[in-house]
Write a protein that binds this ligand. Structure first.
Ligand code: NHR
Length: 187
């Protein structure tokens, strides 16, 4: 999230960051965003009895800001199909693996356990099926012999900070087209 906000400022993107919203009051990104003059909000997931109730409250809060694009950045709650449908074609996520490999959590450990020589990161549209939406951008990194989960995750994170801002900018510029399951991006 911070990398996106910094790139938007430095490169003077044609957009406004409408708000930064978290399901946890202690998320570090809230303080950063507030310091940048960005509106913030918390919808505390632990205060809701069901996923559907949380998603309804979250959606209500997001819609107050009427965003054109919703960007998941470190958001760790699986979203219901109803929520996802409401933002179809206008919600992005970044997932730390080369999808469709290694969905879910602990992706760097999954890559080490599988013994792959190349790992990476994927920006994708969010659909109801976890980590399966249309792929917008990917970046690959080598897996080195002495890698640990930490060293590998740091190498991937460097790429995350490049491709996520790039993808958001392309969306804001109207240069991303969804054709079925495929994403077309123009220069
Ligand atoms: N929701 C839908 N419907 N589809 C996707 O593709 C989603 C999504 C919600 C979040 C981000 C994803 C990631 O890239 C994401 C993609 C959390 C979990 C998870 O298991 C899985 C994938 C992602 C984020 N969450 C647990 C849950 O029960 C909680 C885990 C925790 O709190 O640590 O929600 O990583």
């Amino acid at each position: 999230m911070q990398a996106i906000v910094e790139a938007a400022k430095a490169e003077q993107w044609p957009l406004q960051i409408a708000a930064v919203i978290s399901n946890r009051a202690d998320a570090a990104g809230l303080e950063y965003a507030a310091g940048q003059g960005i509106p913030t909000a918390v919808v505390a997931s632990k205060e809701f009895p069901t996923r559907a109730a949380f998603d309804a409250a979250l959606g209500g809060k997001i819609d107050e800001f009427a965003p054109d694009l919703l960007v998941l950045a470190g958001f760790m709650r699986i979203l219901t199909a109803g929520f996802v449908g409401h933002y179809e074609g206008r919600m992005l996520n970044i997932h730390p693996s080369l999808l469709p490999s290694f969905v879910g959590l602990a992706t760097h450990q999954q890559a080490l356990d599988a013994g792959v020589k190349i790992h990476g990161v994927t920006v994708h549209f969010v659909t109801a099926e976890l980590d399966h939406g249309p792929i917008v951008a990917q970046a690959a990194v080598p897996v080195l012999p002495d890698d640990t989960e930490h060293s590998l995750s740091q190498r991937v994170l460097e790429q995350e900070h490049i491709i996520y801002p790039w993808a958001v900018r392309k969306f804001a510029e109207g240069k991303i087209r969804l054709i079925g399951n495929r994403v077309q991006i123009s220069e």
